[in-house]
Design a protein around this ligand. Structure first.
Ligand code: SF4
Length: 146
């Protein structure tokens, strides 16, 4: 669920987002292909990005450039988010969910969802939205293990 509409408002084109982040359009497209980001898509299929998206991309950049985490490493970190707890999956949902069983990629990258996620929008789901920063993922894991 989105909590800060202004922060979440998708207003930047991909070229503007790339300019603001001082990276290439190609890099942003690659992050989307890899499943690290989910841009807002207009009906025309044009991608738009919010300030929250820019922060998420900055976090990804820092992880790659400063912490030397690979793209596959970032996907694994996102895969650790206990989505089944956050969206309250039933045992039946869990038993047929590839994201629940897997540990290599974020839940939102799985296709053919036949669970309750079928009717949810990943971009505005807490699993995607609330844990966009690596530190938030770590805090979440700490809070679960307390
Ligand atoms: S709706 Fe998408 S982001 Fe949310 S738990 Fe399901 S697959 Fe993950």
């Amino acid at each position: 669920m989105l909590q800060n509409p202004e922060f979440e408002q998708p207003v930047y084109s991909i070229s503007m987002a790339a300019h603001l982040l001082s990276i290439s359009v190609h890099t942003i497209r690659m992050y989307e292909r890899e499943g690290l980001i989910i841009p807002h898509k207009k009906e025309s299929n044009q991608r738009l990005y919010s300030k929250a998206d820019l922060e998420r991309i900055q976090c990804i950049r820092r992880s790659i450039n400063e912490s030397k985490v690979s793209i596959n490493g970032i996907k694994r970190i996102y895969s650790l988010i206990p989505c089944w707890e956050i969206v309250k999956c039933s045992d039946e949902d869990k038993s047929k969910c590839e994201a629940y069983k897997g540990h290599e990629q974020p839940c939102w990258t799985y296709q053919n969802k036949s669970t309750k996620c079928e009717d949810l929008k990943c971009r505005s789901c807490d699993v995607y939205y609330k844990y966009s920063q690596c530190s938030e993922v770590k805090d979440l894991i700490k809070s679960i293990s307390r």
